[in-house]
Design a protein. Sequence first.
Length: 398
Amino acid sequence: MAANHVKRAFKYRFYPSDAQAAELSRTFGCVRKVYNLALAARTEAWARQERVGYNATSAMLTAWKKTEELAFLNDVSSVPLQQTLRHLQRAFTHFFARRAKYPRFKSRKTSRKSAEYTTSGFRFRDGRLTLAKMADPLDIVWSRPLPDGTEPSTVTVSQDAAGRWFVSLLCEDPHVTPFPATDNAVGIDVGLSHLLTLSTGEKIANPRHERRDRTRLARAQRELSRTAQGEGTNRAKARRKVAKVHARIADRRRDMLHKLTTGLVRDNQTLVIEDLTVRTMVKNHTLARAISDASWGEFRSMLEYKAAWYGRQVIVVDRFFPSSRLCSVCGTVQEKMPLSVRRWVCGCGAVHDRDVNAANNLLAAGPAVSVCRAGVRPQRSSPGGQSATKQKTPRREP
């Protein structure tokens, strides 16, 4: 991949003035309102078997602004409103391609508060970012510089549940160049007792970020449950306190995953992982909390986009491949392998560590998957194909 084709989002915290916070809060509300109105209109048209696309909803937005009831939409920048219509169009595109479920309405309490500005909706000069409808630039904490000579093409402003404000600038990064080629290849088995087990025999401990803050989280949640239901100030404060604990956990987890995936991509040319259905696995109420804390889905996402940036290859083996039950020495498949079994002896005499054996099997299956494209879903846009080793076996629980 050419370096000048790599676009990266640089995310920073900022501290708005009271006027800026009020303006952004109005924009978030208008964005949510327009999205919900457009979704309702498209849903009604769907019931009448009519097709309504982005152009039609854009015309609706113009008409809505002229009504007395929705005249407040004129008080905010029109750019985020147009962008939310484009986001809705993209959501329907994914739905029709069977990559996602039907779009859902945005909630004032639970949906992400964000607004996206294109180049016509902001001014970036001398390291100062000024949004439309604002007189002063944002007070951004520049924790790292933007690439030299680049200008942001899109700016996204958001506020998380903990009350923190963020601005994300999408830029082309010329400094992203492929790593030097290497012959190293590694199989990666994810788990709970150890977050990752590599085919080299190395095991990476699971830091269990959520468990470390579980007492603090439980205390904050108890305080929230004691407050009266409704929109009271005390309940809002308690809700934000819970959100701050969750944000602390998520930040530590994300930082660890970034360091881990960058090291794996830098040291290996080929990385072989297993295609796990995390959404289905978290339905196991015994392991759901631990699986969510491990964040296997985020690990895979980071691994894939960093491999694309730096000229590496990620191979995804079909989820039905019996990596844990297959002997990596003789190829015999065991009929059963409960989760409690961590070491086992094959009939050929080979003694296996469950996770290391699975990682070795994934590494061995990787070339076959790469050649015949079996079980590979790079865009996660369609059900996986046949496994490279066709086995009619139940899905393996890591």
